[in-house]
Design a protein. Structure first.
Length: 308
């Protein structure tokens, strides 16, 4: 394979579409910090984003390597599920994914050290990054393999909808308060439902290779759980408003209600149909990302409104 072909294969292996989710979530934390009144710190933003993206890429590379057997067993991959197909198709040797995961991990640690040396922030961010690295690696890698213990959905949600935006917020503010925690609750619910939606197309190959995701474990109960997570994400909004979440941000999330209803309606039956599961996965990702982007825009709007 040519050098350009190898570069393209590595890019595919990193799952760049999903890397965009880390940019959105980290950016949400930054916009919440700006809403609070903090001055935008370009340096902290840049190195923090590089660390987050490196951790996410490490997860994807490791997942491709440790889930190779499952991906080979998957005869109906979609754009969002079944892995990148780089390793099953023989475009790169399996070991290359493990090496890439190690390189991404080393890059993340380098960026974190740069932040620690140059950013006057509470050192708690180091513990947050450490937790992100451990959880991200353990998602598919032994000995933890959280995704095969029915804990992958919770692990991914903790990292992506929790620690990632919290890190963006902390690196800008230097401290933590209640703002990110109220704003992230509905997104955590949507992340859990999205992870389940993305697992539906792979249910047969996952079950056949002992990758016991929450969807594999619940089977017929999985769409019910998926819909409960969606419902909770919307039902909790009035409570969060009373708890101090800005009304504009609450409204931004609420605007995705039609998409959430459509997703919940389709999940009732489409999870059984291999030809429809791909669209179900896409709907889950769309619900999460649209709510996240709209909430980030809402906090950005509030920041602009507060500027003299």
């Amino acid at each position: 394979m040519s050098l350009s072909g190898k570069i393209i294969a590595y890019v595919r292996l990193s799952r760049p579409f999903f890397l965009g989710g880390g940019v959105v979530m980290y950016g949400l934390g930054v916009t919440m910090a700006l809403y609070r009144g903090d001055v935008f710190d370009w340096w902290a933003y840049l190195w923090g984003q590089l660390a987050v993206t490196s951790i996410q890429a490490m997860t994807h590379f490791a997942n491709e390597y440790f889930d190779l057997e499952t991906d080979r067993a998957n005869t109906s991959p979609t754009f969002l599920t079944g892995g990148s197909r780089v390793l099953p198709d023989g475009d790169l040797p399996p070991r290359s994914a493990l090496v890439a995961a190690g390189a991404a991990c080393l890059a993340a640690i380098t960026f974190i050290v740069i932040l620690a040396i140059t950013t006057p922030t509470d050192s708690v961010f180091l513990f947050i990054f450490a937790a992100m690295l451990i959880l991200a690696w353990g998602y598919s890698a032994p000995p933890f393999r959280f995704h095969s213990r029915g804990l992958g959905e919770l692990t991914a949600t903790t990292v992506m909808a929790g620690l990632t935006p919290v890190t963006g917020y902390l690196l800008q503010t230097g401290t933590l308060d209640g703002i990110p925690f109220t704003a992230l609750i509905p997104l955590a619910c949507f992340q859990l439902s999205s992870m389940m939606a993305v697992a539906f197309p792979d249910i047969e190959s996952d079950a056949a290779t002992a990758k016991n995701t929450l969807v594999v474990r619940l089977r017929g109960g999985a769409p019910v759980m998926h819909n409960l997570f969606l419902l909770l994400g919307y039902v909790v909004l009035p409570v969060l408003y009373l708890a101090g979440m800005p009304g504009v941000a609450v409204l931004a999330v609420a605007l995705t209600t039609p998409l959430g209803i459509w997703q919940a309606w389709r999940a009732r039956k489409d999870w059984r149909d291999p030809l429809r599961r791909g669209w179900l996965a896409a709907g889950g990702v769309a619900t999460l990302m649209s709510a996240s982007v709209l909430e980030a825009l809402a906090f950005g709007y509030l920041w602009i409104e507060k500027k003299p």
